[in-house]
Design a protein. Structure first.
Length: 319
């Protein structure tokens, strides 16, 4: 997929920067500016213009983003981003000067009908009011959070790890597959270590359901594994109940779970409804992937049935 003339790419998280490094060799970097909001530095072997949030002061980074928003009002460009629920991303996404828009996978978001909930809509209203007197212009939008339902251009493209499984595939003019790296395929003796990918269950489930699922995961891990490494979620502190066989492991905040798996390759990976499990199953054939509590999650949030079906299609064990 090429980007004629001027192009802008926004990366919000470490996962986005990880994916960008995987596809960067297939991108035309001429006249391309990449703005990396994440803590994971990019591999700049192709010498595109990269603005790293971690390598500049906060004030200079904000000034740079303001300058880009201003320039976008008078210049045509091609845009790559995960979704428009972001101040600069929204400003550029809904600007009439965007010649084409390419969505970069955002993980679970792209694989089920994630509609804009009341809390998100309320937050968006606040953003719109705040940006009225700034170069940023936050536009309210409806439908899927990725913006596909309100995309202002017919030139909608996408990069996904599994393009055939994405929601609203018919709305894309083209999609390309992101090839994930893989670890050794040699059969290894099980190390009986599991890595638990935590998620902020309390943010989208009732307190009672979240507690029950955490207890279920705790019991399952203590019964079946000698050691557990917990990968904390950035939006959730460590669980209240400690797991008896937890071992200490220092995670670099700028490394996504996919890169962690390439380094340690545990015998199993457990989470609740994270589509990272699908990526892990593709990266490491020696790691069994297990979704704990997905049935309970579906009971409370029926739309997540699509995630469960996606797990089943990809041989993720349901517990």
């Amino acid at each position: 997929m090429t980007y004629p003339d001027k192009s802008i790419c926004l990366l919000y998280t470490t996962y986005h920067s990880f994916l960008w490094d995987l596809i960067s060799k297939e991108i035309d970097h001429k006249h391309l500016t990449v703005i990396n909001f994440s803590k994971r530095p990019l591999n700049n072997s192709l010498k595109s213009k990269i603005i790293e949030r971690t390598k500049t002061s906060k004030i200079n980074f904000i000034i740079t983003c303001l300058a880009i928003a201003l320039k976008a009002k008078t210049s045509k460009y091609n845009l790559t981003l995960p979704h428009p629920d972001h101040l600069l991303g929204n400003t550029l996404f809904f600007n009439k000067n965007a010649l084409s828009i390419t969505l970069l996978e955002d993980g679970i978001l792209n694989y089920y009908h994630y509609k804009r909930a009341y809390a998100i809509a309320k937050k968006s209203e606040k953003r719109k009011k705040i940006t009225q007197l700034t170069p940023f212009k936050y536009n309210l939008y409806s439908g899927h959070l990725s913006g596909v339902d309100d995309c202002p251009t017919s030139e909608l493209h996408g990069w996904f790890t599994d393009p055939e499984q994405i929601i609203n595939k018919e709305k894309f003019k083209s999609t390309k597959k992101i090839q994930l790296p893989s670890s050794s395929t040699e059969i290894q003796e099980s190390n009986n270590t599991v890595i638990l990918l935590d998620q902020p269950l309390e943010k989208f489930l009732s307190a009672e359901t979240a507690k029950a699922i955490r207890e279920k995961a705790k019991n399952f891990i203590e019964k079946n594994f000698k050691e557990v490494i917990i990968k904390p979620h950035p939006e959730h502190a460590s669980t209240e109940e400690k797991i008896a066989n937890e071992v200490s492991f220092s995670f670099e905040p700028n490394i996504p779970i996919e890169e962690v798996i390439l380094r340690i390759e545990p015998s199993a990976a457990i989470s609740f409804c994270s589509t990272a499990l699908i990526n892990i199953s593709k990266i490491s054939s020696n790691t069994q992937c297990i979704a704990i509590g997905i049935n309970e999650i579906v009971s409370e949030l029926p739309d997540t049935q699509q995630i469960k079906e996606l797990f089943l299609k990809n041989n993720i064990k349901i517990h």
